[in-house]
Ligand binder design. Structure first.
Ligand code: ZN
Length: 257
């Protein structure tokens, strides 16, 4: 299985390591979150991706979705299927695809089909998205949010999305003995602990305590969703903590899991 966190931030004409937006592409076919889905996918990925799974509705996770569907509008032969919690779909309908902010693509057809289809999922109930088997797990963010366990039948990984301390997520993930990777957020440095608490995000110290709940000691752990303006601090603090098997997920790199 191939996994890529798409880059999203450009400075002086060059892509940087900062991550303003969140969008993971699996096997060039399925996207988890859609932050930079329109802006950073290549032509091959644009041609293939018709399944988009959302952790939650915050703008850094959905910003590229309206533009992605817009780009594909004329040629698409199969709707873009958006998998999300019912409450997240309501936000998309009410606040994004509402004609004021952007057209309601779920009502618009090209010559072939409707271009956007909403596919609600329930927490804990497995569903298929493209070639993947997916299960949503509760996490602890400020708005309705989930993490996922994702499998292609051979390889399996878990991803937290945005979250603060969790229990259900770890209990569920710990039941999976064959995880190839865990992707977990760490948004803020330790000196912004209060802000992290208010906004339901992790800091390095809290992530270290949190990972003590993860019983699969040999599974590689990749840190994601670091707030771009604090990246250097967060990375430095994580390096200082020297947590076993932990590394920072590199933007743009294609990982073979
Ligand atoms: Zn968020």
């Amino acid at each position: 299985m191939k996994l890529q966190l798409l880059p999203s931030t450009i400075e002086n004409g060059k892509v940087t390591e900062k991550q303003h937006l969140s969008c993971f592409v699996i096997d060039d076919k399925v996207a988890i979150d859609a932050g930079s889905l329109a802006m950073s996918t290549n032509d091959f990925q644009k041609k293939q991706i018709r399944d988009v799974i959302l952790t939650h509705a915050h703008i850094d996770h959905i910003a590229g979705l309206p533009l992605f569907i817009d780009d594909l509008f004329a040629h698409i032969a199969k709707p873009v299927e958006v998998f999300a919690l019912e409450k997240v779909i309501k936000v998309l309908k009410d606040d994004i695809f509402n004609w004021d902010v952007y057209p309601d693509f779920s009502e618009l057809e090209n010559d072939n089909c409707v271009v956007l289809k909403y596919c609600p999922f329930e927490i804990g109930k497995p569903f298929h998205a493209g070639h993947l088997d997916v299960k949503a797990i509760s996490v602890n963010h400020k708005v309705p949010s989930v993490g996922f366990i994702v499998s292609d039948g051979k390889t399996k990984f878990a991803i937290s999305g945005d979250t603060a301390e969790m229990d259900v997520f770890w209990n569920t993930v710990n039941e999976e003995t064959d995880l190839e990777a865990l992707f977990v957020e760490c948004a803020f440095p330790d000196n912004l602990n209060e802000l992290a608490q208010i906004s339901h995000h992790m800091t390095p110290s809290r992530l270290r305590r949190e990972l003590e709940k993860f019983t699969n000691r040999n599974c590689p752990v990749y840190v994601i969703n670091i707030k771009p303006m604090y990246r250097d601090e967060v990375v430095k603090e994580l390096e200082h903590l020297a947590i076993k098997n932990l590394s920072i997920l590199e933007l743009g790199r294609v990982y073979e899991l």
